[in-house]
Design a protein around this ligand. Structure first.
Ligand SMILES: C[S@@+](CC[C@H](N)C(=O)[O-])C[C@H]1O[C@@H](n2cnc3c(N)ncnc32)[C@H](O)[C@@H]1O
Length: 217
């Protein structure tokens, strides 16, 4: 993949990303993701977008035996870390993992997946881009397939949450050249794109939310 040096590139932060996230959000940052894995089934075909350092791959294999796990990550450093992680899997499990070093927007996949996982990933996109991306992804998701989302959440009176979110966006603009600077209206966009909310759960005083959606059209 041709790496853009300045735009939305997590290479610089990758070595400390997991520690930093745990330092700020404690167990919540992993708990929200692991809790969503309850929606996976043995034999599922899974698509993981912006998977980061790859710790989630081992967690998935502790819970289910997917038939296929396509893991999409554009950061070279994140990808190297993920490669090291999959060395801990059994040879049979490793064969089921397909690491794709690219951006989600560039994906050209023929598979139909049972679930798409976007954990602290959809917050990288402004509304228009998110709609475009979902339009593409939908073609690769089975009807009744699941869209599992872990991300930040602002309720009506966000108090300290809004300044913290703004500070995070500023930080990621600085360290990774992230262009987006605010959360898109996820619920409205996912609903308009043909997904129905099946469940939601909250963490870190409602600042982090896990949602399971399924495709209805
Ligand atoms: C905030 S991190 C979250 C990582 C991981 N999901 C986690 O929760 O630990 C966002 C990840 O998305 C990746 N990313 C950024 N832009 C992307 C894109 N256009 N397509 C796919 N992944 C992307 C980054 O390299 C980074 O690893």
């Amino acid at each position: 993949m041709k790496q853009e040096k300045t735009k939305n590139n997590f290479d610089f932060i990758a070595p400390v990303y997991d520690s930093l996230a745990t330092w700020i959000y404690g167990k919540a940052i992993r708990m929200v993701q692991v809790d969503l894995l309850q929606y996976l089934r043995n034999g599922d075909k899974l698509l993981i977008l912006g998977g980061g350092t790859g710790w989630i791959i081992s967690e998935i294999f502790k819970i289910v035996e997917p038939e296929l796990l396509v893991y999409v990550e554009p950061s070279q450093v994140m990808m190297e870390k993920s490669k090291q992680r999959i060395n801990n899997l059994s040879p049979v499990q490793r064969l089921k993992v397909n690491l794709v070093h690219d951006r989600a927007e560039n994906l050209q996949l023929n598979e139909e997946f049972d679930a798409i996982l976007g954990f602290f990933f959809f917050d990288l996109f402004e509304s228009r881009m998110l709609v475009k991306l979902l339009n593409r992804l939908q073609r690769n998701l089975k009807t009744r397939g699941k869209l599992l989302v872990a991300d930040f959440f602002l309720k009506e009176k966000p108090s300290w949450r809004k300044p913290l979110l703004d500070a995070m966006y500023l930080f990621f603009r600085w360290v990774s050249g992230l262009a987006n600077q605010s959360l898109a209206p996820f619920d409205e966009i996912f609903s308009n794109q043909g997904f129905k909310l099946a469940s939601e759960s909250f963490y870190f005083q409602n600042f982090i939310r896990g949602t399971a959606w399924y495709k209805i059209k």
